[in-house]
Design a protein around this ligand. Structure first.
Ligand SMILES: CC(C)(COP(=O)(O)OP(=O)(O)OC[C@H]1O[C@@H](n2cnc3c(N)ncnc32)[C@H](O)[C@@H]1OP(=O)(O)O)[C@@H](O)C(=O)NCCC(=O)NCCS
Length: 233
């Protein structure tokens, strides 16, 4: 079956607060958007994403971040679209497969400061997991600063589309290692929400779910999981 998250993938969603956002795969022509989004990012967000006060992206980094094969290295962007159809990048989630274990990928998410806490990060990681799964990836790994409660909270909120465990880093007590397992088909069938499969079907245009209903469905599944199993943190 062709991938649902391909170059024709487009999905519109309404965020908390009513703003419309469009999700699609990153294109090489998004280079300027990426540069501008990076320039607008606050020092705090840059430090949380790159672990240091990174001041700019080099030409080589921009090329690496935008010229993707969408298999080994894939990225999904969230765009705000105005009435004239002009796009402004407000978030990006990417994965890069590990060289020695290609069924595992390193993942990262960044949301523009002005768009944070509106559900964009969670929506991006859920869609990234769905795109990764159809390409045979079963887990994401990431490292983050221990103080980054936003990313851990966002990943917890994304369950059951992913299942999160947090481990201390052996090298640095300020860093934690995040392991995000993407549920198998079988585990999904046992899960009332089947969120990953639902997102793939939405991406293929097979179904359309009104956003309020989708949120209720996810929250209901999360509550069910919490009542069925002991906390894992
Ligand atoms: C981490 C980040 C991607 C989260 O994205 P976001 O769009 O702001 O997050 P969401 O709005 O999707 O949050 C989803 C959940 O996360 C939790 N959350 C969000 N921000 C939080 C915070 N500051 N503290 C604790 N929990 C938080 C909430 O439980 C929220 O649930 P709700 O939707 O029921 O309210 C964003 O803050 C960011 O880009 N930070 C800077 C870069 C970074 O740290 N990247 C991660 C590196 S791996």
């Amino acid at each position: 079956m062709p991938f649902a998250f391909n170059e024709d993938y487009r999905e519109r969603a309404t965020l908390r607060g009513g703003a419309e956002v469009e999700f699609r795969l990153l294109r090489p022509s998004d280079r300027l958007q990426l540069q501008m989004a990076f320039d607008r990012l606050s020092d705090t967000s840059r430090r949380l994403r790159f672990f240091r006060a990174k001041s700019s992206l080099t030409e080589e980094e921009l090329r690496y971040l935008t010229e993707l094969d969408q298999d080994q290295h894939l990225a999904i962007v969230a765009m705000r679209v105005d009435e004239l159809g002009r796009e402004t990048g407000i978030g990006i989630a990417r994965y890069v497969r590990l060289e020695d274990e290609p069924e595992i990928a390193e993942a990262a998410v960044t949301v523009a400061d002005e768009a944070q806490s509106k559900g964009v990060g969670r929506a991006l990681i859920e869609r990234l997991a769905a795109a990764a799964k159809e390409r045979g990836i079963h887990s994401f790994v990431a490292e983050t600063l221990e103080e980054n409660k936003a990313v851990i909270g966002m990943l917890r909120a994304a369950e059951p589309a992913i299942s999160l465990s947090v481990e201390p880093s052996e090298q640095d007590p300020a860093i934690v290692r995040l392991i995000l397992r993407i549920p198998t088909e079988c585990e999904e069938r046992n899960d009332a929400s089947s969120l990953i499969e639902t997102l793939a079907r939405v991406a293929r245009g097979e179904i359309e779910i009104p956003e309020p209903f989708a949120l209720l469905k996810t929250r209901y599944a999360r509550l069910q999981r919490k009542s069925d199993s002991p906390p894992d943190l």
